[in-house]
Design a protein around this ligand. Structure first.
Ligand code: NDP
Ligand code: X2W
Length: 367
């Protein structure tokens, strides 16, 4: 949808009659999520990035951190003061490590900002689950209770009404998009779900870590955080809501030697062994018929991470093993776009009453 197609109110125009873009701030602009947000928001027809915040990069020109964007934006990273941010911004993206957004969001919300948190702070309906898995105590129950889980394909209407959105993790995004039609329609035995997921190294952020060194990660593949990754309770929370009862899943993440992309392969036992692949493709297409970012592959076509990289798309491939009675669903996303910054922009579009595709990349880089 173009800018001209959006319904405008008087509030959207200044006294000279010029169209006024929504003022947006990014806390954590120097990180991988931050720089993706900058890239997407610079190209967004209805917003203007007016504030960037950070920690170790405070005082640096953004163009000195990312010289490839020097021609496109001229802002300096500032100290984080939520009161000041709220005076300057209508919408604020918090792309910071876990445990920080919950210190900033309550102040921003009280001052009337719409807030999108890219960390895990506002993903959980039960804060004791967050504390148990993230090792951080929380006292902002009231704020957390107002947060909406930012997976538009499931919670579009709730997101549109929200002032605070807790954007999903990258693995949960890929995995839940693969599992949701099955759980919502009771097609699988939920407890049989096994999620085998692989991520590129950018999923670990820009901060230096030994396991992310080229010499460590290249030409090698390994599982990590087996049976204890913190995305497990996040996936289970949504699976339980969809199934209507408590669900546990087996989730194993792997680090693979590439920069961007997630492949999540999900296995589960079908309740009805008579269901064939073509039925399931039809069911998935019907489930996602109003979801422009989800593409269900044709029969015998299995998606590659390369298809999604650079775009906000999620490609889903479906197969049934008639010998075992299991469905196998393969879901690919770009962890930094649909798995992080792109999904946050998609949520912002909904919160602002705009088309959810506005300003987002529709085609992958390929190759
Ligand atoms: N990478 C991914 O694929 C995904 C990440 N996420 C989540 O998104 C969030 C951001 O991740 P990512 O971009 O990868 O992380 P990075 O490590 O790349 O960036 C972290 C950012 O947070 C800033 N920051 C750190 N401490 C503070 C502080 N005390 N005050 C203000 N800013 C601070 C840093 O600023 P400075 O450089 O100035 O110190 C930096 O800009 C995390 O919560 C992550 O878990 C979610 C989905 C996917
Ligand atoms: C490859 C890699 O390290 N990936 C990250 C996931 C990134 C993410 O989505 O993290 P949050 O839930 O903290 O936002 C990890 O496994 O911790």
């Amino acid at each position: 949808m173009t800018k001209q197609q959006i319904t405008k109110t008087d509030k959207d125009f200044d006294i000279m009659g010029n169209y006024r873009r929504v003022r947006v701030g990014i806390v954590g602009a120097s990180g991988y999520g931050g720089v993706q947000l900058v890239r997407l928001l610079i190209d967004h027809p209805d917003v203007e990035v007016v504030y960037m915040g950070g920690d170790s990069t405070t005082g640096k020109k953004f163009a000195d951190i990312y010289p490839h964007l020097a021609h496109a934006i001229n802002l300096t990273v500032e100290k984080v003061d939520p009161e000041v941010i709220a005076e300057r911004c209508e919408v604020v993206f918090l792309s910071v490590p876990n445990g920080l957004a919950c210190q900033m969001a309550p102040i921003l919300l009280a001052k009337g900002c719409k807030v999108l948190d890219l960390s895990a702070d506002y993903r959980f309906t039960n804060l004791s689950t967050y504390s148990a898995w993230y090792g951080k105590e929380r006292s902002d129950n009231e704020t957390a209770s107002k947060a909406v889980y930012g997976l538009p394909e499931l919670y579009r209407e709730r997101i549109a009404e929200a002032q605070l959105v807790g954007c999903p993790g990258c693995y949960p995004t890929a995995s839940l998009l693969a599992l949701s039609p099955l759980l919502k329609q009771g097609l699988i035995v939920p407890e049989t779900a096994i999620i085998d997921a692989k991520s590129g190294t950018s999923g670990g952020g820009r901060e230096a870590k030994v396991n992310m060194l080229l010499a460590e990660a290249d030409n090698s593949i390994a599982a990590y955080a087996v049976a204890k990754h913190r995305h497990t309770p996040e996936i289970e929370q949504i699976c339980s809501e969809l199934a209507g009862h408590e669900v546990t899943v087996q989730f194993t993440p792997h680090l693979v030697p590439m920069v961007r992309g997630i492949l999540s392969t999900v296995y589960a036992n079908l309740r009805d062994p008579g269901l064939v692949r073509d039925d399931l493709i039809t069911i998935y297409r019907a489930f996602y018929r109003n979801s422009p970012w989800i593409k269900i592959c044709d029969a015998d076509t299995y998606p590659q991470t390369k298809w999604a990289c650079g775009s906000n798309l999620c490609y889903i491939g479906i197969e049934v093993d008639t010998r075992t009675g299991r469905i196998i669903v393969m879901s690919v996303i770009d962890n930094l776009i649909k798995g992080q910054a792109g999904q946050a922009v998609q949520c912002m579009n909904l919160m602002m009453g705009w088309d959810e595709t506005l300003g987002l990349p529709k085609l992958g880089f390929y190759p």
